[in-house]
Structure formats: structure tokens, C-alpha cells
Design a protein. Sequence first.
Length: 262
Amino acid sequence: MTWIDLSSNVAVVTGGGAGIGRGIALGLAAVGAEVVVLDRDEAGSDVAAEIRGNGGRAEFFVCDVTCDDSVAWAAEQIKARGSQAGILVNNAGTMLPGGLDAVSMTDWDRILSLNLTGYLRCARVFGEPMLERGAGAIVHVASISASFPQGYSGAYSVSKAGVVMLSRQLALEWGPRGVRSNVVSPGMIRTPMTDEIYRAPSVHEARRALVPARRIGQPADIADAVVFLASERASYITGEEMVVDGGFTRTIMGVIPRPGFE
Ligand code: NAD
């Protein structure tokens, strides 16, 4: 018997067309899950094709998680194939720059609509068959910025803090109905969203040096945590947040000068 086997599960991954979502889709497929890749970008079809090319099972549907009709349509496609999601990974998210004195209300609302309300929308739509069956697991990708404010990034940190509480509330309300809800909070991960930052070797090196693990994370690092929390191995874990940051957020005591204790 393998330690984690998701071969009897259908797993929906939002924003599965690139970056962390792609890594999660590949990670779930590697332990046997049938993966439904959702993305507003057609690149999601390449990820589904990659999984099938590796001998796995995957489908792609264009889906904008900020839109009720689009999410409902994707759920209908899954149902029409006689499938039901047992796992949902809420991952699609982004950020826009802006200090709190300057960010436009439009940008503020756009970020909350995608990063927070989109997560609730998908939890409700894809969680419905889980609640009916009395079994399911939801994993939300938040961020270390849920706990530490990321300046000049508009609503980003607020949205991620909201995701952590959304997950806890889902755990409380849906736990008795058989559905677990947990968060994975990535630290610094190189993806298309952050690639521009890491292209400057000096920035890459300065960031790497801040991390006790002495490397920038990869989507597979996040995928491993998500796969665990989605699996039966985590059947008694719900309402939790797992930080995956190479130790970065544990370094604050290290910045205090303390002669004799270097
Ligand atoms: P990314 O931009 O590289 O990929 C995001 C994917 O989501 C893209 O494929 C994009 O098309 C899709 N997407 C965007 N809006 C969508 C929508 N409305 N509907 C459906 N799909 C949509 O981003 P990433 O770095 O892989 O980030 C993934 C998640 O991880 C986000 O929630 C992000 O906030 C979080 N995160 C990332 C980092 C990091 O360092 N990269 C750190 C902490 C948290």
C-alpha cells in the first residue's frame, strides 16, 4: 500500500494553468487523482495534456473564478461526465501594487473578488457534492502575507488573511458534514507571477539569503503540502494553516544584534 493514494478522487485545481497551481495539479496526478484543471487562461490545457502524457487522468476547462456563471458551467461539465469533485484546491490569485493611501477602490475590489470571494464561490459550488456525500477536502492557497503585512500591495495581505479565516469558518461549519478545510501558506516561490523579481541575480541572492533553507521555493514544495492535506493522511486535520516557506517567517529573532550569541 502506498502512503498517499488519491486514485479514487477527482481533484479540482483553480488557476491550475501555471505556477503553483500547475505544480499542485501535477502533484495530485502523481498520486493517482483525476485532476480537473481550471484556469481563465488556455495554458491550462497544456497542463492537462502534460498529465495525460505522464499516464495520468486530467481535463481542462476554461473558468474564471470571479464569475458565478463560469464556475457553475465548469461544475456542470464535471457532473456531465458522471464525476464529482472530492478535493478542491483554491489557488487562483494575484496581486496589484498600491499603498493603502493610494490604491484605487476598483483594484481593491478586484483583488478581494479573485483572492477571497472567488475562494468562497468555488468552495460553495464544488463543495456542494462533497456535503451531499458527506466527504471531501478543501485546501486553500493563502500566503505568509496572511500573517505579515506585505506593504504597497493593495488588498493582497487582507485578502490572504481573509482566506485563513474563511478556511477556519468552513472547517467549523462543514466539519460535522464530513468536509475538511485547510490552508497552505507559501513563502517565496518562483512562478510566472514572481519570475520578473528573480530575474535580477542580486534580488534572487538577497532573497535566498533570508531563507534558513537557503533556497527559493518551487511549486512542487507547495504541492507536497497540498497533497498531504487533501489526503486521508490528514483526516484529523482541519481548520489549520501549514506555512511552507523554508523557515523564512521564523527568522525574526535572528535580526536582533546580540553580541556573544552569533
Ligand atoms: P501565477 O500568476 O504564476 O499563476 C496563477 C494562475 O491563476 C494563472 O494560470 C492564471 O491564469 C490563473 N488565474 C488568474 N486569475 C484567474 C481567474 N480569475 N480565474 C481562474 N484562473 C485565474 O501565480 P502563482 O505565483 O502560481 O500563485 C498561485 C497562488 O499562490 C496565488 O493565490 C498566490 O497569491 C499564491 N502565492 C504565491 C506566492 C509566490 O511567491 N509565487 C507566494 C505566496 C502565495
